[in-house]
Structures are given as C-alpha cells and as structure tokens.
Design a protein around this ligand. Structure first.
Ligand code: PHE
Length: 352
C-alpha cells in the first residue's frame, strides 16, 4: 500500500527512525528504534523487496516494536530496533557487498544507538561483512554465527510447551507439524521435529527448497496456497508475518500455532479469533526468541554452547507460565505475555 513515510511514523509510538537512500543500488535503508529504556535498540537486519518503500518502513517499525517486547520477555538489557534494507531486486555478489559496506557506514553513523544481527533475507556471511566494517554487530565472532538453529530450538521447546498445555502431553510421536518456510529456522526445525517422531509437512514459496527438506526428513511437501487448509496438529509459521488474520484463522485445521515468524498476528484481535476457535497460540516474540537470546548472551560474554542451548530451552518453561497465567486469568496467551512485558518495560529488569 502506498503511503508517505510521515503517515507510517505518525501511527507508531517508537523513538524514531533513520531513513536513507542508497544511490548506487536504489535501496532504501530504514532503521527503526522503538524503545531504549532497557538498553540500546538492537535487532536484526532484514533484506527484502517491497511493493512500496513505505511498506519497508512500516515493516521496520512493527518489527522494532516486536524486538522491544522480545528483549524484555527474554530479560536482556537491550531495546527494540530493526533495520530493513528495501532492495529493488535481488542483490548478489559485488553489488551486495557494496550495499552491505554502505549499510555498515550507516551503523557507524548511528554510533551504537542501533546494533544488529541476522534476519530474514540476510545471512551469517552478510553479518561477517558488516562486522568487518562496523563494531555494532551482535554475537558472531568466535562462537556460533547463525542464530537460526537457536531460534529453531526455542520453537521446538515452545511447540512442546503448547502441546503440554493443550493436550496434556508433549510427546510428538504420531503428531503432525506443518512448517511454513524451509529457511534458516524452518529447515533445522523440520529436522528436530522429525527426530522427535512427528510427521513434517513443509511449504515454501520456493518449492524446490521445501521439497529438499521434505525428502530429507521423509515428510510431505505442501503447496504454499494449501498451508491454511491442511489439517495438522501444529501450524508453525516460520517465514513472513501477518499470516494469522480474519481470512486464514477460520480455515485453520490445527490445535496449536507456534512458529518463528515475527508479527504473526495481522491485528491484536486475531489473538481473540484464535482463542475463540480453541487454537492455542504461542506469542510470537516469546516462542521465537531463541536466536536473539543466544546472540544477546554471546554479546554479554556467554560463549559456552551447552549453556546457550540450556538458556534457549528455557523458552519452554516461560511459555508454560504464560499459558498457565492466561488460563488462570481468562485472557489470551498474547494478552498475558503483553502484560508481563509492559510491566518490565515500565519498571526495568531489576524489579523482576
Ligand atoms: N533477527 C532476530 C529476531 O527477529 C533477532 C536477532 C538479533 C538475531 C540480534 C541475531 C542477533 O529475533
């Protein structure tokens, strides 16, 4: 949808945004800084083609808000931020390298007000390029350089927590999990799910990518337009956001939604719609916090991979508490989690 940048920023409660235009490639740089009460704005850099630059800015603002909630929920002293590189066409080779170097200049210009890591459309290699031109890149270095497997581990534990709450058992044997997106998170998640004894149904806009994973884990390929109508126990959105909305929710044939995509609900009321249908929704910024948690901890000096995994697995217990509190108070899990996070943002981490 075409709007001007002013309309996007007026509708947002964040601190502010950096906007730049990269002449050589025609890319728009957006860095949205939502909240810095807990620490400097920190979040991934997304690279994507948008129909209109204002969609890129809006994505950055919504994602930055999600990061404020994610860091508060995780309990790390970072604020919410997100960068979007709205590219006009796929960027490869030298052109991509040049773009990343110029984006590193933007990070340096911001001087630490925003720090970044990997997100949809960027890779560990891209982060290495940024890190060689700017100190404002989180994690990486000596330790693991890919947040995807950590995010997948958190989602895996989140799925089990949701099944515990909904079905009384977290055994995956004989269950089916539909993974939408066979990328950096969806692929390792599919392997974990299959290893635990569940059937993997997998879809991706890039069908060849989904087919490869389906073959590897002996799962089934689902066409991208069948995702919302395919019966399964768990629907795991692991690609773009806003897939839970007034059009898709009535069609869903699952009992749990738990996945890694950011901003899965199109609007807040979609949490109520899921609740009314008896579908248990694991709040996105809690269940998908594994990559941010591991990389935030690495940034703070935790390097032991076993310890990082142990902390990420804690996402399961965090969700147990959220589902429990939601049931006790008769609210949705999204509301229970939002309340907790608002409290932390207002009072700070030390009070918790
Ligand atoms: N992109 C990750 C997310 O959306 C966040 C992240 C931040 C990853 C910093 C790595 C480093 O949760």
């Amino acid at each position: 949808m075409q709007r001007d940048f002013a309309a996007v920023l007026e509708a947002w409660e964040g601190k502010g945004a950096f906007v730049g235009h990269d002449g050589p490639t025609g890319t728009w740089f957006f860095v949205a800084m939502h909240d810095d009460r807990l620490g400097p704005a920190t979040g991934g850099t997304r690279m994507r083609i948008y129909a209109d630059p204002s969609d890129g800015l809006e994505d950055a603002t919504r994602l930055a808000r999600g990061m404020s909630f994610k860091w508060a929920g995780i309990g790390l002293p970072f604020g919410g931020g997100k960068a979007v590189l709205a590219i006009p066409r796929p960027m490869e080779g030298e052109e991509r390298l040049g773009l990343l170097k110029r984006f590193a200049d933007v990070l340096n210009l911001l001087g630490g007000a925003f720090q970044t890591g990997e997100d949809l459309g960027t890779t560990p290699e891209d982060m290495a390029v940024l890190a060689s031109h700017s100190p404002y890149v989180v994690g990486g270095g000596e330790g693991p350089n890919d947040p995807g497997p950590f995010t997948a581990l958190g989602v895996f534990e989140g799925i089990r927590a949701a099944l515990r709450s909904k079905e009384g058992t977290d055994s995956l044997t004989g269950r089916s999990v539909l993974i939408q997106g066979a990328g950096d998170v969806g692929a390792p998640l599919a392997r974990m799910i299959a290893r635990a004894g569940a059937r993997v149904l997998i879809a991706d806009l890039n069908a060849a990518r989904a087919e490869q994973i389906a073959r590897e884990v002996d799962g089934s390929l689902i066409s991208a337009d069948q995702v919302y109508d395919t019966p399964c126990d768990v629907y795991a959105p692991c690609a773009v956001g806003a897939t839970l909305n007034a059009d898709t929710i009535p069609r869903l044939a699952c009992s749990v939604v738990a996945g890694s995509a950011n901003n899965q609900l199109l609007v807040d009321a979609d949490a109520d719609r899921l609740h009314e249908r008896g579908i248990l929704y694991a709040p996105d910024y809690v269940v998908n916090g594994g990559g941010a948690l591991a990389f935030g901890l690495m940034q703070r000096g935790v390097r032991d991979v076993a310890e990082l995994n142990r902390r990420v697995e804690g996402i399961g217990s965090a969700l147990d508490e959220i589902f429990h509190e939601a049931a006790e108070e008769g609210v949705t899990p999204a509301q229970a989690s939002d309340r907790r996070v608002q409290r932390i943002l207002e009072q700070g981490l030390a009070q918790q």
